[in-house]
Ligand binder design. Structure first.
Ligand SMILES: [Zn+2]
Ligand SMILES: [Zn+2]
Length: 301
C-alpha cells in the first residue's frame, strides 16, 4: 500500500522499528544488527547512497529519542555519544564494503562521505553514507545539491559531529541546538561544483559538469588501480612459483616479469556506463518521490 500523506515522513522510522528486519526486502535493507539497520536510499543522490538507522533499544533508548540529531542530543551527552559511536562503527564497515564494490564494478575507488542533515525532512535519525560524486538522476533540485555539498555546511560530517564532544562545553551546547535558522539559508546558496567551485546557473549544467568531473577522476584512477592489481597478481604468482620450487627441492628462482606496465590493463570504455550497482528499492513502502507532491522543495531525506 502506498504511504499516505500523513505518514510519508515515517518510512524510515517504520524500518527502524521493525522487530524482524530480515523480513524487509533485500532491495531495501542491506543488513542489520541488534542496534542498527542499513538501507538503500530510495532516491540516491550519488552513485552509492545508503542510510544507517539506529534501532530503538529497550531500556536504553526509545524511538522518540531517535527522531533526529536534536532529540538525540536532548537525551544527554553520554547517551548521544554511545548512539553516534554505534552508527560510526556500522558506517566504517559499510564504507569498506562500498570500496570493495567500487573496485570490483568501477575499477577504482573514490571518496565516501558520512554525515547527517541537521534539519531532516523525514523522521528518524539517519546517517548518510554515500560516494563522493553527487552523480545521480535523483539529484534534481538546488536544495538537494546544497544539502550534500561537502563544504556547504548543511551536510554535517560525522567526524565533525563527533568532534563537538571534544570541544569546550559552551561550543558543544551551541552546536547541539541545531537551529534550523542556522542551516536552512545554506540550501539557497548558488550552485557551485564541489570539486572546483565553478558556478553554474542551472542544475542540468551542474550535473553535466559533475559527470565530467567524475569521468576525469575515473580516467586518472583506473590505470593506477589496474597497475596495483597487476602488481598484486605478479607477487602472488611469484609466491606460488617459489612454493612450487621449494616443494620440488629445486631452488633456481623464477624470473618473473618485473616490467611495470607489462600486464597493465586498460579500463574498458564500457566501464564508464557501468550501472550504479546500488540496487534501488521500488517497493510501495519506499520514500515518497518528489512528484508525489508536498516534499518537492525538501531535501529528500
Ligand atoms: Zn568542477
Ligand atoms: Zn537525510
Amino acid at each position: 500500500m502506498a504511504a499516505n500523506r500523513d505518514d510519508w515522513d515515517l518510512v524510515l522510522r517504520n524500518y527502524a522499528v521493525r522487530a524482524r528486519p530480515e523480513e524487509i526486502s533485500p532491495n531495501v535493507c542491506l543488513c542489520h544488527t541488534d542496534t542498527s539497520i542499513v538501507i538503500h536510499d530510495r532516491y540516491p543522490k550519488s552513485i552509492y547512497h545508503f542510510l544507517v538507522l539506529p534501532r530503538p533499544i529497550p531500556g536504553f533508548i526509545d524511538v522518540d529519542e531517535l527522531t533526529d540529531l536534536r532529540t538525540l542530543f536532548k537525551c544527554g551527552r553520554e547517551k548521544a555519544k554511545k548512539v553516534l559511536d554505534g552508527l560510526a562503527e556500522e558506517a566504517a564497515k559499510l564504507k569498506k564494503e562500498m570500496e570493495e564494490n567500487m573496485l570490483q564494478h568501477n575499477k577504482f575507488k573514490w571518496d565516501i562521505w558520512i554525515g547527517f542533515h541537521p534539519v531532516p525532512s523525514l523522521k528518524h535519525l539517519h546517517l548518510h553514507v554515500m560516494s563522493a560524486d553527487l552523480c545521480s538522476d535523483a539529484m534534481k533540485i538546488k536544495k538537494h545539491y546544497n544539502s550534500f555539498h561537502p563544504q556547504r555546511g548543511f551536510f554535517l560530517h560525522l567526524h565533525e559531529v563527533l568532534s563537538w564532544f571534544e570541544a569546550e562545553p559552551s561550543f558543544y551546547a551551541r552546536k547541539i541546538q541545531l537551529k534550523p535558522s542556522t542551516y536552512e539559508p545554506l540550501l539557497k546558496h548558488d550552485l557551485e561544483c564541489f570539486h572546483c567551485n565553478e558556478e553554474f546557473k542551472t542544475m542540468p549544467k551542474l550535473k553535466e559538469h559533475l559527470q565530467e568531473e567524475w569521468d576525469t577522476i575515473a580516467a586518472r584512477e583506473r590505470p593506477i588501480w589496474a597497475r596495483k592489481k597487476a602488481a598484486r597478481k605478479r607477487a602472488e604468482e611469484k609466491k606460488q612459483a617459489a612454493e612450487k620450487a621449494r616443494a620440488h627441492g629445486a631452488d633456481e628462482g623464477h624470473g618473473n616479469d618485473k616490467g611495470e606496465g607489462a600486464s597493465k590493463k586498460r579500463a574498458s570504455q564500457s566501464d564508464d556506463d557501468a550501472e550504479p550497482n546500488t540496487k534501488r528499492a521500488r517497493t510501495s513502502e519506499s520514500l515518497p518521490e518528489d512528484e508525489a507532491g508536498g516534499s518537492a522543495t525538501e531535501p529528500e531525506t
